[in-house]
Design a protein around this ligand. Sequence first.
Ligand code: CP
Length: 312
Amino acid sequence: MTLSQKHVLGLQDMSAQDMLCVLDQAQEMKEILSRPIKKVPTLRGKSVVTVFFENSTRTRISFETAAKTLSADVTGFSASTSSVQKGESLKDTILTLSAMAADVFVIRHQASGAAEFVSRYTDAHVINAGDGQHEHPTQGLLDMLTIRQHKGRIEGLTVAIVGDITHSRVARSNIWGLTRLGAKVRLVGPETLLPAEVRQLPVEVFHDLREGIRDCDVVNVLRIQLERQEAGLFPSLREYAQRFGLNSNALREARPDVLVMHPGPMNRGVEIAADVADGEFSVVEEQVSNGVAVRMALLYLLLGGSDDAVAH
Ligand code: CP
């Protein structure tokens, strides 16, 4: 199995066949992660460089874990401790790191389009680990893997994405990925947190939480991104929590076998009640575990690891 594309910049441009290839490969990678010794030699001699201009816990650590499990060499770059602080540009940063023989760049940046920009200045593969409000494709893929694991399919499901859609790259990757694989997507939130282009997206829009999640198979709750917001998009966190916070009462509107998802980090008591985050329908921790498997699959598929090395 291989991917038809050199880079993973977003799910809007990824074919259904490539997405399914990643999900199937990730399923195989989960088996490696269940072994007592979680290490295979398949990417020995390959170099993965994680380039993070924004903070991260899940994405960065899981990429590093994925690469190390496949025996690749991993180098971490943090903008906050680099020559970016002396004024070095993104282009010069990538040219410099490329000169040190990276095979894959994993990049997170606050600017939409940064991953595509980086791909113009390197021969290495580029994986977008979140660019501004544009896309977070590996989050979209791990969310789909988690859904497929529980429901056995993506096609025909109804998935509600609740909250701060405007600022969410996770929402955009989920919308493109889920709809391409045949799910129906609903966006639920106040008018002020829905993007201007919402009418052009392949989604249904709801401004009432209970109505929006009624009979849904999956409710994916987004973090309120206070760091990206101008003031005044909603009156107060308390009011937001009352109208759009997912609590156990509201959740009764969804299907009895609903999955509750959240990409993390969570604002407990704001967009999601603590008992729902920790409750029987929550798959938040599985999402994190599946993140490692999906990132292993992508590194393996892009770098052409050998099947023998995965098997032994
Ligand atoms: N979901 C996600 O991207 O989390 P981090 O910001 O911790 O990587």
